[in-house]
Design a binder for this molecule. Sequence first.
Ligand SMILES: [Zn+2]
Length: 226
Amino acid sequence: MNKNPLVLILLGKSGAGKGTQLDLLKNNLKLDFIGTGELLRNRKKIEDFTGKKIADVIDNGGIIATPVPFKLWMDSFENIKNSGDIENGLIIDGSPRKIKEAWLLDDALDWFEWNKRVKIILIDISNEEAISRLTRRKTCPQCGKIMMFSKDMEDIENCPNCGSKLVKRQDDTAERIQKRLEWFDDEVGQVIKYYEDNNKLIRVNGEQSVDDVYSDIIKAIENDND
Ligand SMILES: [Zn+2]
């Protein structure tokens, strides 16, 4: 058990490479992990009002109201606390997207006494870079694997999982990407400013190789060791 455990949350535009860095951090630092997508998919299996509504949003799009994932997070935090507390650190997959979510998360981390070493890592890429990456990423129509664009993947035409021919993602049109980026600047921009004002934000240049982004994150966490 760790008295002041590290709590990590990743922020970044789509295309910034959050998922890749999350996997690296989780596995290398042996972190406890909260996966919001997985929590919602499990909750969906209970076919009550909320379960059915989550299913509808997952299948047809829409917005899941803030209290829903928070309830799941609180339950998961409670489980971690009761099974001997955070061991090396905690990483949360799923980040505050609105300022009220950042406030709520702060309150929750205070409650569980995990508020001493909260680090919010912003993997920073420009809008131009996000557009360039997203318009080039491919997906597998068979198994759903998403291949993020990167230099060494440029020539891959078939899915590494199942061998099917990869196609471009339908929702990765320039117009939709532009909308998502505007939303990021508006909503998540406030979240970033909030964490910056509270000295919790670590900004990392996301326009580097995966390894360099990772080592910058590790250096920033170590330097910030208070
Ligand atoms: Zn596939």
